[in-house]
Each structure stands twice: as structure tokens, then as C-alpha cells.
Design a protein around this ligand. Structure first.
Ligand SMILES: CC(C)(COP(=O)(O)OP(=O)(O)OC[C@H]1O[C@@H](n2cnc3c(N)ncnc32)[C@H](O)[C@@H]1OP(=O)(O)O)[C@@H](O)C(=O)NCCC(=O)NCCS
Length: 166
């Protein structure tokens, strides 16, 4: 298991192909995917395709969506990660957790550590985050991270806001 980052309560590790069921489980709740632009994952084959085609290719840049676990009992609670956007040469911050773990500061704690890693270890510039205007929790996390509003835009036809790390 390749652990990338540890925080006070969490550790972040790379996904492996055996995690396909976790991808299905996480995306099985409409409250979790309401603002994410995707939806339920059909079956284990589709979950494996998401891992091999979308998630694993990012790992060669030492970034990507990383599985987040509680240190206390090793429970998988969701993912948090940085993704390189080739079209704009930006790095996009994202996160997604099971509902039962919302509101405990895990998104903020894991994203803070990721931003620190992105800026200080990888020397990344142009780290951005976007969230639907209705996704108040995500916007709140982005603001708690100290990111700065850049512009409004449409994300999958929904009004969204874009922020950058200064
Ligand atoms: C967005 C998400 C990752 C936040 O995770 P989290 O671990 O609950 O976030 P945190 O606990 O670190 O912070 C959430 C903050 O938003 C606040 N918040 C939650 N719901 C809110 C709402 N409806 N309006 C305003 N603030 C809200 C919380 O009070 C908390 O702020 P506080 O620490 O100042 O009290 C989680 O809700 C999630 O997984 N959502 C589904 C996936 C998703 O939408 N991902 C983002 C796509 S852009």
C-alpha cells in the first residue's frame, strides 16, 4: 500500500484495482454525487475502468485521487485528490466522502495536507477548485482552505464557482 500523506486523523493512499467495490459504494448515494457531474457506477467492470482510465493515469505525476482512511480504525471514508487538467495546465482539487462522515472536518483536513504537498513538495502552480453554487458545503471547504474566488462558470450545465490557491 503506497501511503502518500498522513494528517492528524487520516492517511491518504493510492487506490488499487481491488478497490473497485469502494468506488461503487461511494457513488451509490445521490447525496454524494448530486453535484459531482457523474452518477452511480453500474458494475465492477465500470468501476475498474474508472480506476484504470481516470484514476491511475494521474499517479505518474505523483498526484491523483487518493483513498482516505481513518487512522483510528483504517475505515475507508472517501477520496481526496489533485488532478492535472492538461487543457488548461491547471491542477484541480477534489474530494468526496460517504455522508456519514460529513461535517467532521475530514475534507478540510485532507485537502489542506494535499495543498501543502502540492505547493511545497511538487512546487505546483495554478491549483484550482470548482464547485456548484448550490454545493454550499464544498464552497465552504474551499473558502476555509483560503482559496480565492476567480470567476463563475457552467459546470455540466450548472452554475459553478472557480477558486485558485494564491
Ligand atoms: C463537500 C464534502 C466533501 C465536504 O466534506 P466534509 O468532510 O463534510 O467537509 P468539512 O467537515 O471539512 O467542512 C464542511 C464545512 O461546510 C459546512 N457546511 C456543511 N453544509 C453546509 C451548508 N448546507 N451550508 C453552508 N455550510 C455548510 C460545515 O459546517 C463545515 O464548515 P465548518 O467546519 O466551518 O463548520 C462532502 O459534503 C461531500 O463528500 N459531498 C459530496 C461530494 C461533493 O459534492 N464533492 C465536491 C464536489 S465540488
Amino acid at each position: 500500500m503506497k501511503i502518500r500523506i498522513e494528517t492528524e486523523r487520516l492517511y491518504l493512499r493510492e487506490f488499487i484495482i481491488e478497490d473497485a467495490q469502494l468506488i461503487i459504494d461511494l457513488n451509490s448515494d445521490i447525496d454524494v454525487y448530486r453535484y459531482t457531474g457523474d452518477g452511480p457506477v453500474k458494475d465492477i467492470e465500470e468501476a475498474k475502468r474508472i480506476l484504470t482510465d481516470i484514476i491511475f493515469p494521474q499517479y505518474k505525476n505523483k498526484i491523483g485521487r487518493w483513498a482516505v482512511h481513518l487512522k483510528s480504525n483504517h475505515e475507508f471514508i472517501g477520496w481526496c485528490g489533485l488532478k492535472h487538467l492538461a487543457e488548461t495546465n491547471e491542477t484541480d482539487l477534489g474530494y468526496r466522502f460517504f455522508k456519514k462522515h460529513w461535517g467532521k472536518g475530514y475534507a478540510t483536513e485532507s485537502a489542506k495536507a494535499l495543498l501543502d504537498y502540492g505547493v511545497n513538495t511538487l512546487k505546483l502552480k495554478n491549483i484550482i477548485a470548482r464547485a456548484a453554487k448550490e454545493n454550499l458545503a464544498s464552497l465552504h471547504v474551499i473558502k476555509k482552505l483560503g482559496m480565492v474566488y476567480v470567476k463563475d462558470e457552467l459546470c455540466a450545465h450548472d452554475p459553478a464557482e472557480v477558486y485558485i490557491l494564491k
